[in-house]
Design a protein around this ligand. Structure first.
Ligand SMILES: [Mn+2]
Length: 471
């Protein structure tokens, strides 16, 4: 077994170490300072003559043993490190001192340097952060505990972050759907978000502003009241709770608000609450929150803080990979696969653009085909297009080091439809009626020709020629 030889400089540090509680693998050594009381700290052996080759030889050091030198005196550290290196040249060495840094040991290749006080200080700061979250969570629970029915209001067309937060708030309050329903003024639109709602098993009720009267508590998560249009319903301008990560807005009343614009997701705030209150983090809840953070930060890329990273790591230990897969890779219907097969049989790349036109498909097939299309050899851009209802819908993916996908799609739909997105992913919708007015037909060949021309122009920065409206 490896022994850790811990050498403390002076009685004070030795007593401190004794207080931490030594580990069974540790042999504790103490070098008394001049004029210091000789009272032996508990469990410590004295190196009364200081650290020297003869005092170390008595310790029966084996080749694999570790050392720690605990001292605030750089000269003590240096001489101790040198003596140990003479006796046991390859010994791994931990130096704990707040007055030195790693550069002081440039000659040694197996020394790890860390502070002693700062080490504890960081942990203490963390604990106070947990305590602040606990305080917030206790306040909001106290505020709402007596309420009969609490509406948890999400933004219209709720996104994964908002949905996860609503679900988490309900868990935090220890309630179920009948007394704390998730509500929204609009339906969940995007197929990916619908997949999340059905995989986790969350119901979101669409309400009219006047229906808010049935709730004697109103909580807004991942949204602030002034987002609900020019003239928001009066009821949402005076609410119980607002928890959000968007920039703070004014013009509304909330009894409790916790707004943290530096966070990449509101789900991070809720993860911190749940963690601080020791609420059972079941796999469903963890998966919802993890997906919320992942989707708002584009997998910890854009606008991510260290708090998001911490929350993500915490959730990662208890989420369900199978459930996340169901959300992110919804099952493809057989007819969608057949259309994909037909499109793939004619696949061809033009200017590193891989365009697959699917015909009429279920909407959630389109983004998945766009993901797949990017795997083609030589593809820098993947575009998957299909007919959904009265619209031509297309999803775009790129490899990341090219123009932003959102900009490209905005240039393509300019004047004819709507679209946008982020660096590497975007979506566009063009009404078939508008497309037909320009191109006369809506068959797959026509769509293919129109899209490839528009995307080539937009990707090459010729925005003025890119719009589908130009024909
Ligand atoms: Mn959000």
């Amino acid at each position: 077994m490896t022994t850790r030889f811990v050498i403390c400089d002076g009685a004070e540090l030795a007593r401190f170490w004794a207080r931490i509680g030594p580990d069974d693998s540790e042999t504790l050594l103490w070098v008394p300072r001049e004029k210091e009381s000789r009272a032996r700290p508990p469990a410590f052996r004295s190196l009364a003559g200081g650290v020297n080759p003869s005092s170390l030889e008595k310790l029966n050091i084996k080749a694999n043993d570790f050392f720690a030198v605990v001292s605030e005196d750089p000269s003590f550290v240096r001489s101790t490190v040198n003596t140990i290196s003479e006796i046991s040249p390859d010994a791994p060495l931990l130096v704990m001192s707040d007055r030195m840094n790693q550069d002081d040991f440039a000659d040694h290749n197996c020394i790890r340097m860390t502070g002693l006080r700062t080490q504890l200080r960081d942990d203490v700061h963390d604990e106070f952060r947990h305590l602040a979250n606990l305080q917030k969570a206790v306040c909001l629970k106290n505020l709402l505990v007596e309420r009969e029915k609490i509406g948890i209001l999400l933004q219209p067309d709720p996104d994964p972050d908002g949905i996860a937060c609503g679900y988490a708030l309900r868990a935090l309050l220890g309630r179920k759907a009948p007394t704390a329903p998730l509500i929204s003024f609009g339906q969940v639109q995007r197929p990916e978000n619908q997949a999340m709602v059905s995989a986790i098993g969350i119901e979101i009720r669409t309400v009219l502003p006047e229906e808010l009267d049935e709730f004697d508590g109103l909580a807004l998560v991942d949204v602030q009241p002034t987002v609900f249009g020019e003239n928001p319903p009066p009821r949402v301008l005076s609410v119980d709770l607002v928890i959000d990560h968007h920039p703070e807005r004014t013009g509304y009343e909330a009894l409790i608000r916790d707004i943290r614009p530096s966070y990449g997701a509101t789900a991070t705030i809720f993860t911190e609450y749940l963690r601080a209150t020791n609420v059972d983090m079941n796999a469903r809840l963890a998966t919802a929150l993890l997906y919320g953070i992942k989707s708002d930060t584009q997998l910890l890329g854009r606008d991510t803080s260290s708090a998001d990273m911490d929350a993500f790591a915490y959730l990662h230990s208890c989420y369900s990979p199978a459930l996340l897969r169901r959300i992110e890779r919804p099952a493809l219907p057989a007819d969608g696969l057949r259309r994909l097969g037909r499109a793939l049989s004619k696949t061809k790349l033009e200017d590193n653009i891989h365009l697959l036109v699917l015909g009429r498909v279920r909407e959630d097939v389109i983004p998945q085909v766009a993901e797949l299309g990017l795997q083609a050899e030589g593809a820098e851009w993947s575009v998957a297009a299909g007919l959904v209802g009265q619209n031509l819908v297309f999803s775009v993916r790129n490899v990341g080091h090219v123009r932003a996908a959102g900009e490209v799609v905005r240039a393509v739909v300019e004047g004819l439809g709507v679209g946008g997105g982020h660096r590497t992913m975007a979506k566009g919708i063009v009404p078939l009626k508008a497309f037909r007015e320009v191109y006369k037909r809506t068959n797959q060949g026509t769509i293919r020709k129109a899209l490839i021309k528009a995307f080539k122009s937009a990707i090459n920065g010729e925005e003025s020629d890119a719009s589908l409206a130009l024909g």
